[in-house]
Design a protein around this ligand. Structure first.
Ligand code: URA
Length: 196
């Protein structure tokens, strides 16, 4: 139950991890970034949302999902009766790729060990992978997001729901209906976990 997991959450380790990343120069994304966007939210969250990488607004302020796609993400979180403060939000890479290009395999490989440790500290029961890069990286697959979304996958014992990235949904609003279905599965699971 949730109580048992709480004893495993390691908040000092999460802060140690943040400190370890300060001034990071482990990959070439460090050259163009202003801020490292570590993540924010409830460090004891049941639900963790993982995007791709910071955009211009996030890079400027050092906070995840605060631009246009962040506005939509906030509405998606509210649609399942939660607030941003209830969940934990981060991304696969913590520094902005130039011109918002996709992060490259070497950049992902450098950053994901930190994400894995972040997940271990927070011990979420559910992960929502936002978009192709997050879903394919976490699930170690090249299957398209359109085929991954819509059902839970196992990520080291954590239920992982891939869905469309909010930036994609802003460009393709016709797919919001599918994202809504994914979010409803997340909400059901969230309520189940929080009852147990
Ligand atoms: N898109 C992401 O994937 N992550 C952010 O933090 C912002 C936009």
């Amino acid at each position: 139950c949730k109580k048992e997991f709480q004893t495993l959450q390691d908040l000092p380790a999460l802060e140690k991890l943040r400190a370890e990343l300060a001034g990071c120069q482990r990959c070439k994304l460090s050259h163009g970034r202003t801020h490292i966007v570590f993540g924010e939210g409830n460090p004891q969250a049941t639900l963790m949302l993982i995007g791709e990488g910071p955009g211009a607004d996030e890079d400027r302020l050092g906070r995840p999902f605060i631009g246009k796609s962040g506005e939509l993400l906030t509405r998606m979180i509210q649609a399942i009766n939660l607030r941003r403060e209830d969940v934990y939000i981060t991304s696969i890479v913590k520094c902005r790729p130039p011109q918002n290009r996709d992060p490259e395999p070497d950049e992902i490989a450098t950053c994901t060990p930190f994400l894995r440790r972040q997940i271990e500290c927070i011990q979420p029961r559910i992960i929502c992978a936002l978009g192709r890069v997050a879903a394919q990286t976490l699930l170690e697959t090249t299957t398209p997001i359109s085929q991954l979304r819509g059902r839970f996958h196992d990520y080291h014992g954590i239920k992982l729901m891939p869905t469309f990235h909010p930036a994609y949904l802003l460009r393709n609003p016709q797919d919001k209906r599918l994202a809504w279905e994914d979010l409803q599965c997340v909400q059901q699971e969230y309520e189940k976990v929080n009852k147990s």
